[in-house]
Write a protein that binds this ligand. Structure first.
Ligand code: FES
Length: 147
């Protein structure tokens, strides 16, 4: 569903501004600058006004959602197999820190997922990969991101 399609579901009356913002946030997972501009034009208000309404609510996301989530197991068995080093190398290579995102992906540590004999284990968007090395993880991420 596009921003315009969502807007057209709301009468262009001031009382519908917030419902429209929430609907865009829910459908597109964020409210971009482009969306703020379109909302402003649709409702005949300034972009500053639309942003002030939207920013009042914590639930509205103004950051482009990450394309993928990378989780690296930091359970004891994966740590023995060098998962901490993989985390450090991924942080350095992609200039990202654990529990942050760089507009392309989120990097997290995860608890043991029971695949200890096949470690180090990583999960990308819910898919588990085993016997990982730094090079393999970097290659997987690049493939996911279409490098
Ligand atoms: S410690 Fe990593 S899967 Fe168990």
């Amino acid at each position: 569903m596009t921003i315009q399609e969502i807007l057209l579901q709301h009468e262009p009356e001031k009382k519908n501004i917030l419902p429209a913002i929430k609907a865009i946030n829910q459908n597109l997972s964020w409210v971009s600058e482009e969306a703020i501009g379109k909302i402003a034009r649709y409702f005949g208000e300034s972009e500053a006004y639309i942003f002030s309404v939207a920013s009042f609510y914590d639930e509205i996301n103004f950051n482009k959602p990450a394309l993928l989530t990378l989780e690296i197991c930091d359970g004891a068995n994966c740590q023995i197999k060098d998962s901490d080093n993989i985390i450090k190398n991924v942080e350095t290579f992609f200039k990202i820190k654990v529990d942050s995102f760089n507009n392309q992906f989120v990097l997290k540590r995860m608890s043991c997922v029971g695949r200890c004999l096949e470690g180090p284990v990583v999960k990308i968007n819910g898919t588990i990969y085993t016997k990982m090395t730094t090079d393999k993880v970097i290659e997987l991420i690049q493939n996911y991101l279409g490098y």
